[in-house]
Design a binder for this molecule. Structure first.
Ligand SMILES: *Cc1c(COP(=O)(O)O)cnc(C)c1O
Length: 405
């Protein structure tokens, strides 16, 4: 399946002469259990948010060590709710990395806040910690920081969270890539004030569309639920239950409609049972790639000391362009000819017309992001890849390198 809305695959079409067999860039792992869970749910007659979504939330909360978990219909919705819950708005700025999907940044604009970007550490492709800390220390308008755990590797959260705490800035982890990554013994999603997960079709836990927001503060969870459900106060019904009409409710804020429907949550419950196995298979594939690519003119992903568990949502190689006769774009065409689907993560935000023009960003303001972007290729890595698929990718990458040096 092509990752249509993410990275460089957008708008591209495959040439008609695609070689078979073709290893797709991404594919969800859907077993008979997910299929049965959805049909059971459809047969129950309950289509929208109900008992199954509630069960998904409690299962997820248990997985996260008891952290309150609120199901939403996308990570974008979740990021928006977290900012709204923290009362980030006009006059405030939101700090994140240029090396992410636009959803991480656009939520700042949803609440009327401005965007501040930092460059990346070219080794991990995560936000540059030194720049992040210095902006938190020098810009009082920065009310929230959104670290993105790129590819499933946790950001170095301790210094970021400490700098944010000193300033009373809220920390929202964009953990869209990162279930079930661990940083210094702790699961991502438990490291900031809010954690936001995506269940988009290509993500580590895939329901098609969907997401989850985790938070350690009980009052925040209640407010997330309220805001995600049209600002309708559930307690109003409870107050009247038994004594008053069952149709009664009260709207206390202009909220949003961000609820996750039961048949989608049913997929999520089954996927959550399998997530540890998914991660192990992804890691196995990553290890196979590391070993096979060791002598080639490219850099394999760098894993930091603080990364106790990498989610391996993406496997991003960086080509040594000086040692290759072709550029990244041609490399991708050559892989496609050899039956391998790829993508590029990410086109940095600051080169997209909207962000570039609104803030007057220049490419050279983010040199590490630009140099990584020029040479980055995301290879297929997902649990349903067979050993043969993995070998096929390795042979194709090796062959392209040999013919291009
Ligand atoms: C996929 C993604 C999102 C958005 O997730 P949705 O569930 O599609 O809204 C946000 N941030 C990053 C880094 C992503 O890759």
């Amino acid at each position: 399946m092509h990752d249509l809305s993410r990275g460089g695959a957008r708008g591209t079409t495959r040439p008609p002469s695609r070689k078979r067999p073709y290893v797709d860039f991404a594919r969800p792992s859907i077993s008979e259990d997910e299929i049965r869970a959805v049909t059971d749910c459809l047969r129950s007659g309950w289509l929208t948010t109900g008992p199954v979504a509630h069960r998904f939330e409690t299962d997820f909360a248990t997985y996260m060590g008891g952290l309150d978990s609120v199901a939403v219909n996308s990570a974008t919705a979740g990021l928006h709710l977290a900012l709204a819950c923290a009362d980030v708005g006009p006059g405030d700025a939101v700090l994140t990395t240029t090396y992410t999907f636009t959803a991480t940044a656009e939520v700042a604009r949803y609440v009327g806040a401005e965007l501040v970007l930092v460059d990346i550490d070219p080794a991990t492709m995560n936000m540059d910690v030194g720049q992040t800390v210095s902006i938190l220390e020098s810009r009082p308008d920065v009310a929230a920081v959104i670290p993105v755990h790129f590819a499933g590797q946790p950001c170095d959260m301790d210094p970021i969270a400490a700098a944010a705490r000193n300033r009373d800035a809220v920390v929202i982890e964009d953990a869209a890539h990162a279930l079930p990554a661990r940083y210094r013994g702790r699961l991502v999603g438990t490291l900031g004030d809010f954690g936001v997960f995506s269940f988009y079709a290509t993500k580590p836990l895939a329901t098609g569309e969907g997401g989850m927001v985790t938070t350690s503060a009980e009052s925040d969870a209640a407010r997330l639920r309220l805001l995600g459900r049209h600002g309708i106060e559930a307690d109003a019904f409870a107050r009247y239950a038994g004594s008053g009409p069952s149709w009664y409710y009260e709207v206390v804020e202009a909220g949003f409609k961000y609820n996750l429907m039961d048949p989608v949550a049913a997929i999520g419950i089954e996927q959550l049972k399998r997530i540890d196995g998914f991660q192990r298979r992804r890691e196995e594939i990553a290890d196979r790639y590391h070993a096979a690519f060791a002598g080639l003119p490219l850099r394999t992903p760098y894993v930091e000391d603080g990364t106790d568990l990498h989610a391996w949502h993406l496997y991003v190689i960086q080509l040594d362009l000086a040692d290759l006769a072709i550029d990244r774009d041609a490399f991708i065409v050559e892989l496609d000819r050899r039956g391998v689907g790829t993508s590029v993560h990410f086109i940095p935000l600051h080169v997209h017309p909207y962000w570039r023009d609104r803030y007057g960003f220049k490419p050279e303001e983010f040199p590490s992001a630009m140099s990584v972007y020029e040479c980055a290729v995301s290879l297929p890595i997902y649990p349903d890849m067979s050993d043969g698929d993995v070998e096929h990718v390795i042979e194709a990458v090796t062959d392209v390198c040999e013919h291009a040096t």
